[in-house]
Write a protein that binds this ligand. Structure first.
Ligand code: IMP
Ligand code: MG
Length: 425
């Protein structure tokens, strides 16, 4: 079985917890795009783990893979491995494999990301992790791959050509190009030696696993609307985040896909700039942010919060081809009565049931809402769907009716045990 799981909104839908739970049924969990701009929080046995590049699933028996379509900061992955070791979670080469072709995020990518963001009049609000510039180098065929940093001579030879260009680019932004002369090159060579034993051919491993009848879970980072092609450009990340991207980035044909799971948060959040039609200013927005802990895992920035947006969900279902949904953080809506759902938009006197094509149009829509009765009862310890308050079930049913695909699980809190099943996944 080959399952793809992606966020249906702007990331931070709670994928980490769901992947962690699902991973007990999957022999392999693999990341297919993005880098340490992502942040997953997993809470297990009372401990909180914040991961940026290692796939969720550290606590299960599954093997974890980082695919060649990702961009990886070697310093970050090595520090994640070291930090997990402190909690007695050993990330050995038997547990983790990284594709030899994975792009390496270089210090100059991070410097350029920062400088570019400062220079922009209309900010994107990037995570300043060098993601965009690492992907630029991939497309420009100037990338450094993991295989390059483990070969000291090849690495130095590549840098001889690249560093003068990078210095020029940094200087043209008014940045300090002397930083490039620092001693990070030897550190990268060292990190390459640490990571050498993790190298694998991700596509081949997945194919072999599928041939052997094993289950593989491809985990997306960020969310549908941060997709570089189909998202809210230019306020997007630099990779394709939708389900089809898993096939291209992992080298797995679409014929191998069994199912595609979409994660939907019971409300919507966005971190960074760009349109968010249902954004809530004021008290309700603050309450959702506070109760939902809606602060960026990677940057600590407060997330913008809004009501669930059905037109965006409709498009996300189309873009990803979801076969089922998982609804997360329903508990955060407790005591917010009435609960609103955006059912459509008004734009230039017209009613839309689907997001308009262009980002600037999405920024100008006025959302139309339906109001549903809320619930006041604490739902965080509920174990069966039938025990949920009627109003909470109505909320779930409403989403299912418009989505026309089943909501198979509902998450009612951060803990693994705070998850109820509606239909079997
Ligand atoms: P970048 O990916 O750092 O280039 O940032 C581009 C945009 O994507 C910014 O608005 C970021 O806040 C947003 N972004 C990147 N990664 C994540 C994520 O994992 N969750 C939510 N937003 C993200
Ligand atoms: Mg996140």
């Amino acid at each position: 079985m080959f399952t793809i799981i992606t966020g249906s909104q702007f990331g931070d839908e709670g994928k980490g917890k769901i992947v962690d739970l699902l991973s007990t049924n999957y022999q392999i969990v693999v990341r297919f795009q993005g880098g340490d701009n992502a942040g997953h929080t997993i809470i297990a046995e009372g401990k909180k783990f914040k991961l940026h590049i290692i796939p969720s699933g550290i606590l299960s028996q599954s093997r974890l893979l980082v695919g060649p379509g990702t961009v990886m900061n070697p310093e970050i992955i090595v520090s994640e491995i070291d930090n997990l070791a402190k909690s007695n979670i050993k990330i050995t080469p038997e547990k983790l494999g990284i594709d030899a072709k994975t792009s390496i995020i270089m210090p100059y990518h991070i410097q350029l990301d920062e400088l570019n963001e400062i220079a922009r009049q209309n900010k994107i609000g990037t995570t300043k992790r060098g993601i965009g510039f690492a992907y630029i180098d991939k497309v420009a065929r100037d990338e450094i791959q993991l295989a390059d940093i483990i070969d000291k001579h090849r690495f130095k030879q590549r840098l001889e050509k690249l560093l003068p260009q990078k210095k020029e680019a940094i200087a043209s932004f008014g940045g300090d190009s002397d930083k490039i002369d620092g001693d990070w090159v030897n550190r990268y060579i060292q990190l390459g030696q640490t990571l050498k034993s993790y190298i694998t051919d991700v596509s081949y491993e997945i194919h072999n696993a599928l041939e052997d009848g094993k289950n593989v879970l491809a985990e997306g980072a960020q969310g549908t609307y941060l997709d570089v092609i189909h998202g809210t450009q230019k306020y997007v990340t630099s990779s394709s985040t939708i389900a089809g991207s898993a096939c291209a980035n992992l080298g797995i044909g679409p014929t191998r896909v069994t199912n595609v799971i979409g994660i939907v948060k019971a409300y919507i959040t966005r971190v960074g700039e760009g349109p968010l039609p249902t954004e809530l200013g004021g008290k309700i927005g603050d309450q959702i942010r506070k109760n939902g802990g809606e602060y960026g895992t990677t940057t600590g920035r407060p997330r913008r919060c809004g009501w669930l947006d059905i037109p965006m969900l409709r498009k996300a279902i189309n873009l990803n081809g979801y076969t089922q949904l998982v609804l997360t953080k329903l508990d955060i809506l407790t005591k917010l009565s009435p609960v609103k759902i955006c059912t459509g938009y008004k734009l230039n006197g017209k009613t839309l049931k689907y997001p308009p094509l262009q980002t600037h149009e999405l920024a100008n829509v006025s959302p139309e809402y339906t109001e549903l009765e809320g619930w006041n009862q604490d739902i965080t310890n509920i174990k069966h769907y039938s025990e949920l308050p009627g109003a909470a079930r109505d909320y779930i049913q409403y989403i299912e009716n418009v989505a026309k695909i089943p909501i198979t699980s509902i998450s009612l809190g951060a803990g693994r045990e705070q998850t109820i099943t509606k239909d079997k996944i």
